[in-house]
Design a protein around this ligand. Structure first.
Ligand code: PEP
Ligand code: MN
Length: 266
């Protein structure tokens, strides 16, 4: 598979000066206080390059919290104003893209369920035309490298060159240590086909378990991935979504401080 992507380096759109590169924030923006207070604690660590928060949440089953919606954009704006952290949200429709851009969100990402649907990805790509906002594309829920590549190509052909992939693991049936199997070979294969494409690991959605986030993060950096996106909540025990995998900002610091980066060869 030949991949012909036109990519700008990660350092053109996110602060890569903090090593390791960490994007962090709650799974979901729940209330203005929860988001802003979490953002302040994360900013204070000095180790976080961008604040993530989901406001439109694609849930597998109906009847669960599906995100706070557009009002969350105002909260993100406030979090950014008060902390200086650039913001990142998931977009799943053209309307999400338009609203997020209008609200000054810095980085967009396409979620795993959206990446699995080429019509959805194309709709997002069309809405991105004429902008140069950075976009991160999660792997699809199923272990299909072509779907992941196809989504990256669609967004890149829409003119987005500030592009990264997010490796968040793949659904499987039956009991497992992981919520989503890492299947590292797929991410490695993507790297082989597109060496310039930055890959960010998402240990939160791979593990579904806060105790394993450090282990998976280390493995990602050992495999030369460029960063991690980790869910962090001011009080994970009361989180409305993904409570078992979120970590407090203090626990996040511990995880980051325990990561060893390989020294560049001289
Ligand atoms: C998320 O990042 O909160 C999320 C919904 O992730 P994914 O698309 O990987 O399931
Ligand atoms: Mn989540």
């Amino acid at each position: 598979m030949k991949l012909d992507l036109n990519i700008q380096p990660l350092s053109t759109w996110i602060n890569t000066g903090k090593e390791p590169l960490v994007i962090a924030g709650p799974c979901s923006a729940e209330t203005e206080d929860q988001l802003v207070a979490t953002a302040h604690l994360l900013a204070k660590t000095g180790k976080v390059a961008a604040l993530r928060a989901g406001i439109w949440k694609p849930r597998t089953r109906p009847g669960e919290f599906e995100g706070i919606g557009s009002i969350g954009l105002e909260w993100l704006k406030r979090a950014k104003q008060e902390t200086g952290l650039p913001t990142a949200v998931e977009v799943a429709t053209a309307k999400h893209v338009e609203e997020a851009l209008a609200a000054g969100v810095d980085i967009l990402w396409v979620g795993a369920r959206s990446t699995a649907n080429p019509f959805t990805v194309q709709e997002i790509a069309d809405a991105l035309k004429g902008t140069d906002v950075p976009v991160m594309v999660k792997n699809p829920v199923n272990p299909d490298l072509s779907l992941w590549v196809g989504a990256l190509e669609r967004i890149n052909r829409a003119g987005i060159t500030k592009l990264a992939a997010i490796h968040r693991g793949f659904s499987s049936h039956g009991a497992s240590t992981f919520r989503n199997e890492p299947m590292w070979d797929l991410a490695i294969s993507l790297k082989t086909h597109a060496p310039d494409l930055p890959i960010i690991n998402d240990p939160s959605h791979i593990t579904g378990n806060r105790d394993l986030i450090g282990y998976i993060s280390q493995k990602a950096f050992d495999l030369d991935m460029q960063g991690v996106m980790i869910e962090s909540h001011i009080d994970p025990s009361v989180a409305w979504t993904d409570a078992k995998q979120q970590v407090t900002p203090a626990a996040l610091v511990e995880i980051i401080e325990n990561i060893t980066l390989r020294k560049p060869e001289v």
